[in-house]
Design a binder for this molecule. Structure first.
Ligand SMILES: [Zn+2]
Length: 79
Protein backbone atom coordinates (compact mmCIF):
# COMPACT_ATOMS: atom_id res chain seq x y z
CA UNK A 1 0.00 0.00 0.00
CA UNK A 2 1.52 3.37 -0.98
CA UNK A 3 2.14 5.53 2.06
CA UNK A 4 2.48 9.32 2.07
CA UNK A 5 4.74 10.46 4.91
CA UNK A 6 3.71 14.18 5.07
CA UNK A 7 0.00 13.35 5.00
CA UNK A 8 0.33 10.18 7.13
CA UNK A 9 -2.12 8.48 4.83
CA UNK A 10 -2.36 5.38 2.73
CA UNK A 11 -3.41 5.75 -0.88
CA UNK A 12 -4.84 3.28 -3.34
CA UNK A 13 -2.71 3.16 -6.52
CA UNK A 14 -5.69 4.50 -8.46
CA UNK A 15 -5.95 7.47 -6.05
CA UNK A 16 -2.40 8.63 -6.82
CA UNK A 17 -1.51 10.89 -9.71
CA UNK A 18 -0.21 9.34 -12.91
CA UNK A 19 3.43 9.92 -11.91
CA UNK A 20 2.91 8.20 -8.55
CA UNK A 21 2.64 11.34 -6.42
CA UNK A 22 0.30 12.16 -3.57
CA UNK A 23 -2.90 13.88 -4.78
CA UNK A 24 -3.03 16.02 -1.60
CA UNK A 25 0.55 17.32 -1.21
CA UNK A 26 2.04 16.36 -4.59
CA UNK A 27 5.08 14.61 -3.12
CA UNK A 28 6.22 11.31 -4.65
CA UNK A 29 4.99 8.38 -2.61
CA UNK A 30 7.41 5.67 -1.55
CA UNK A 31 7.01 2.16 -2.87
CA UNK A 32 4.02 2.49 -5.16
CA UNK A 33 2.14 -0.74 -5.65
CA UNK A 34 2.81 -0.70 -9.39
CA UNK A 35 6.59 -0.94 -8.94
CA UNK A 36 6.27 -3.64 -6.29
CA UNK A 37 3.93 -5.73 -8.42
CA UNK A 38 6.28 -5.53 -11.42
CA UNK A 39 9.17 -6.78 -9.28
CA UNK A 40 7.20 -9.72 -7.94
CA UNK A 41 7.25 -12.77 -10.21
CA UNK A 42 3.99 -13.32 -12.02
CA UNK A 43 2.38 -16.70 -12.55
CA UNK A 44 3.63 -16.57 -16.13
CA UNK A 45 7.23 -16.02 -15.00
CA UNK A 46 6.96 -18.97 -12.65
CA UNK A 47 5.56 -21.21 -15.35
CA UNK A 48 8.34 -20.11 -17.72
CA UNK A 49 10.95 -20.88 -15.07
CA UNK A 50 9.58 -24.33 -14.27
CA UNK A 51 8.03 -25.06 -17.65
CA UNK A 52 9.50 -26.78 -20.70
CA UNK A 53 12.35 -28.49 -18.87
CA UNK A 54 10.69 -30.90 -16.46
CA UNK A 55 12.98 -32.55 -13.89
CA UNK A 56 14.15 -36.07 -14.75
CA UNK A 57 12.33 -37.68 -11.83
CA UNK A 58 9.07 -36.16 -13.04
CA UNK A 59 9.60 -37.69 -16.48
CA UNK A 60 10.45 -41.02 -14.83
CA UNK A 61 7.25 -40.83 -12.78
CA UNK A 62 5.19 -40.07 -15.88
CA UNK A 63 6.82 -42.94 -17.80
CA UNK A 64 6.16 -45.32 -14.91
CA UNK A 65 2.56 -44.15 -14.68
CA UNK A 66 2.00 -44.65 -18.41
CA UNK A 67 3.63 -48.11 -18.25
CA UNK A 68 1.52 -49.08 -15.24
CA UNK A 69 -1.76 -47.87 -16.72
CA UNK A 70 -0.89 -49.46 -20.06
CA UNK A 71 -0.25 -52.76 -18.31
CA UNK A 72 -3.51 -52.50 -16.37
CA UNK A 73 -5.33 -52.10 -19.71
CA UNK A 74 -3.68 -54.96 -21.58
CA UNK A 75 -3.20 -57.34 -18.59
CA UNK A 76 -6.68 -58.97 -18.81
CA UNK A 77 -6.00 -59.93 -22.45
CA UNK A 78 -2.49 -61.33 -21.96
CA UNK A 79 -3.28 -64.62 -20.21
ZN1 LIG B 1 0.72 13.58 0.72
Amino acid sequence: MPWCEPCSRYFAPSAMTTDGACPACGKPIDAPLRRRSSEAPTLRDLSEMSGERAPWHFKLLMAALVAYLGWRIIAPFVD
